[in-house]
Design a protein. Structure first.
Length: 105
């Protein structure tokens, strides 16, 4: 559960970067502050998760959740394109994450 939350915060820090790129004025600094906070929380939770999970599996799942979350959020928040190949590889990534978690002790 900790690893899933860590991955969601990874998505959050990526989204903060995207929003900072679009923002102007003082809002840019708020988005960068959100980036730093989400990054710290994500890293702390990842460290906690690696105390009970193998590092290779934990890191792969963490980055996978962040990648999937960022792609999905990009589609809904930044109007990124939804193509067959993007969805194909997104579902391939999800299958790989589930597979890694399933074969780990």
């Amino acid at each position: 559960m900790i690893l899933i939350v860590a991955g969601l915060f990874e998505t959050a820090f990526a989204l903060c970067l995207g929003k900072a790129k679009e923002a102007t004025g003082a809002a840019v600094y708020w988005w960068y502050a959100g980036f730093v906070v989400a990054l710290l929380i994500s890293m702390i939770l990842l460290v906690k998760a690696t105390q009970t999970l193998p590092i290779g599996t934990a890191y792969a799942v963490w980055t996978g959740i962040g990648a999937v979350g960022t792609v999905v959020a990009g589609i809904f928040l930044f109007r990124e394109p939804v193509t067959f190949w993007r969805m194909f590889f997104l579902f391939t990534l999800i299958g790989s994450i589930v597979g890694l978690k399933a074969v780990s002790n």
